[in-house]
Design a protein around this ligand. Sequence first.
Ligand code: VTB
Length: 330
Amino acid sequence: MVTTETGSLFLQPDRNLALELVRATEAAAIRAVPFIGKGDKLGADGAAVDAMRKFLGTVNFDGVVVIGEGEKDNAPMLFNGEHVGNGHGPSCDIAVDPIDGTSLTAAGRQNALSMIAVSDRGAMLDASTVFYMDKIVTGAEGIGVVDIRRPIAENIRALAKAKGKPIGEIVVAVLDRPRHAEFIEAIRATGAGTRLMLDGDVAGGINAAMYGTRIDMCAGIGGSPEGIVTACAIKALGGFIQTTLYPTKDEERQRGLDAGLKFDHVYEADDLVRSDNTFFVATGVTDGGLVSGVRRMGPIIRTESIVLRSRSGTIRRVTADHLAAKWLDH
Ligand code: VTB
């Protein structure tokens, strides 16, 4: 290992990996564009998956897909256990979501993202046997203050106090699902507001943990893969996340138990990703609060991405202009 006075240059995963990964989310987002608003969810996902797989193949790392989106929705996917990357370089776990928000993309709605999270090999919790998690995500102010075991009203009050904000100004992002009807009522009963999301609770979680956004908390039941991906991002943002597994069927619970998962356990950030070396990259497919979607500007295709790296605690915004002509034939 090569080191400098400031420490190791080639820690695993390597810092340059983040910028390599962003090429893959950019590619997936660009390839999804012809499907935006065309009503073809699987077509959009398939195009994004293919592009992501192809670009990841050129990246200098030895990645294993620990958690891939798609199983719950029977979507095309990068399979769990699939090796990605060129097989050289750092050994990593990778969680992929070539499009988080395939329905949003197909409908032509906002907030669809292409995303990848990476950590050291063996660090990510394999929660693939259980499709849903109950989650609560906030910024650093929630650490030691918010607890998923407590009623949402208490958590909102505690967070408002920690943030020095009136409760009436607290905004909680929640997936707009029938299962959340009572939960949403309980949030509003405190005086806080909701930001109802059609999909995309990863972006909701990131917005909750980032400074300078309108969202203070993201809470409720969403996908397990999205929980792991969110945890990778939260580690870089210095925020707070807790989750509990939420099986919907007895068989699912049994499969989870067989896989060593615990149902009476609160999974904290360090349980979800057992490493402080995580990367999270996301590129906008359609416009959203985090990043803008892919835009065609004459001969140029413009993409916007964010790149988070936990070891350095950096949030980078990457805008890239791609010559459209280069994208016609590969
Ligand atoms: C959420 C959402 C995702 O899955 O995690 C959701 O953020 C949870 O499942 O974009 P349901 O849709 O069944 O509620 C997604 O919608 C992706 O499938």
